[in-house]
Design a binder for this molecule. Structure first.
Ligand code: GAL
Length: 376
């Protein structure tokens, strides 16, 4: 079964847009394992929009652009598989892809079979140029059905940006993840707005179908297709922590052929990733503080009885995160406190009772793993 936990991988769009090629994909696959990405859980290497010719061939099949992919897609898939990775591709539910290439409307079954024959393991399915007369859930049900009939296990990644109340019907289409937001940009405002847009939609994410709050911009530093501004390393840490605790798929968006140590450390922080990849797949709940502070708190129940707790300063001035344990159900009379571990500092903080408070600079975060322990 696919997507027991949020899918993890890399996608070409954020940095490369339409400038994709066999060479880029091979070079990306080549560095993957040395960076420890597979070991950290990243598995799917996904080519986004603009990989095909602008026209189907005379038999109605999609054709890889021979200038970008001279040996065809099967050869690319084979290469990716030879590195122990899974291979992903992209199509669209409307009359054209967002980049103006042929999409799969009325070709769902033939395209799903083509992808299966090429060895595709993951299909991102976009929503541009959607026909007005067919509801979105039918378009996704069609491709969901086609993929399930294709003879290959293909993870179905829906991408309709949270439009048309997608969270209410997407699970029924067989999708394993669904974009619940618009497109991300490589800047703090975009990260903040995307995260806050999901407030109170926690119940719509669970194993086998996760809310996807878009690909990561960690490590882009203002370079590439969606790089509008760039972020600091602390902002990237906050971004990665939010995406992890909020159950989003973790799809890297930077150029991993050229990443620095700070980016690698963020992307491979196994203690943070463990919150995201918990097999129980429970979504975090979000909490406002009594004083309406810009420091937001997210709490994610973990299958071993512990909790991920994230404090995120969304504001532009210094802030304080203050969690009263009774707000998470831990009463003072219970005789329990929380054993706390800091997942960025990689150190145990000790046992706290009744509350925990931390000071946070603008856009900074603190992420803890908390285990209830008897204190009296
Ligand atoms: C958008 C989608 C992006 C990217 C782009 C390609 O609709 O949200 O993630 O896939 O299309 O054109």
């Amino acid at each position: 079964m696919l997507a027991q936990t949020p899918p993890m991988g890399w996608n070409s769009w954020n940095t490369f847009g339409w400038e994709i090629s066999e060479e880029l994909i091979k070079e990306t696959a080549d560095v993957w394992n040395d960076l420890g990405l597979l070991d950290a859980g990243y598995q799917y290497l996904v080519i986004d929009d603009c990989w095909s010719l602008k026209k189907r061939n005379e038999h109605g099949y999609l054709v890889a652009d021979p200038y970008k992919f001279p040996n065809g897609m099967k050869a690319v898939a084979d290469y990716v598989h030879s590195k122990g990775l899974k291979f992903g591709m992209y199509s669209c539910a409307g009359t054209m892809t967002c980049g103006g290439h042929p999409s799969s409307l009325e070709h769902e079954f033939v395209d799903a079979k083509t992808f299966a024959d090429w060895g595709v393991d993951f299909l991102k399915y976009d929503y541009c140029y959607k026909p007005h007369n067919i509801p979105g859930h039918i378009l996704y049900k069609r491709m969901g059905m086609a993929l399930r009939s294709s003879g290959r296990d293909i993870l179905f990644s829906a991408c309709n940006w949270g439009n048309d109340k997608t969270h209410e019907w997407i699970r029924a289409t067989g999708a394993h993840m669904y974009r619940s937001t618009g497109d991300i940009q490589d800047n703090w405002e975009s990260i903040k707005n995307i995260a806050l847009s999901q407030w109170n939609k926690e119940c719509y994410s669970a194993p086998y179908c996760y809310n996807d709050i878009d690909m990561l911009v960690v490590g882009m530093y203002g370079k590439g297709n969606v790089a509008l501004g760039g972020c600091s390393d602390e902002e990237y840490k906050t971004h990665f922590s939010l995406w992890s605790i909020m159950n989003s798929p973790l799809m890297i968006g930077c150029d991993i052929r050229n990443i620095n140590e700070a980016t690698r450390n963020i992307l491979t922080n196994k203690e943070i990733i463990a919150l995201n990849q918990d097999p129980e797949g429970r979504q975090a709940y979000s909490m406002e503080q009594w004083n309406n502070s810009d420091v937001k708190i997210y709490i994610k129940p973990i299958s071993d009885g512990s909790f991920g707790i994230g404090f995120f300063n969304m504001g532009d001035s210094d802030g304080e995160g203050s969690l009263q344990f009774w707000d998470m159900g831990l009463t003072a009379s219970s005789g329990y406190g929380l054993h706390l571990r800091d997942l960025w500092e990689h150190e145990n903080i000790g046992i706290a009772t009744e509350h925990f408070t931390c000071k946070l600079k603008p856009h900074h975060c603190k992420v803890l793993r908390a285990k209830p322990v008897k204190v009296k």
